[in-house]
Design a protein around this ligand. Sequence first.
Ligand code: ZN
Length: 108
Amino acid sequence: MLLADRDRLLTALEELETDNALDKVQLEDYSTQRKALLQEGAAVLKQLDELEGKTRAERVAVEDDDLEAMIASRRRERQEKQDGTCHACGKPVQASDKFCPSCGRPSS
Ligand SMILES: [Zn+2]
């Protein structure tokens, strides 16, 4: 369940950043929500590390950087797969998508 929690938090962070990039969210809300998600994420990562039996020193090294790195690598992976953006709503569309996952319009 911890892995699912971690993925859920990463997805929430990504959505928050997307909303922020599109100016959909107030800057103040963005900062507050992001901080809360990163804190929750760090707690989940710590628990995961404890399950894996890492030493205390390694555990202390688990900070926001890890989450940021995960988000960055997920974003890179997605961009590599991504074909472009929906011409109707501007959300990312994958090369394999016939229809926009966000608005349902044909993607080409
Ligand atoms: Zn769309």
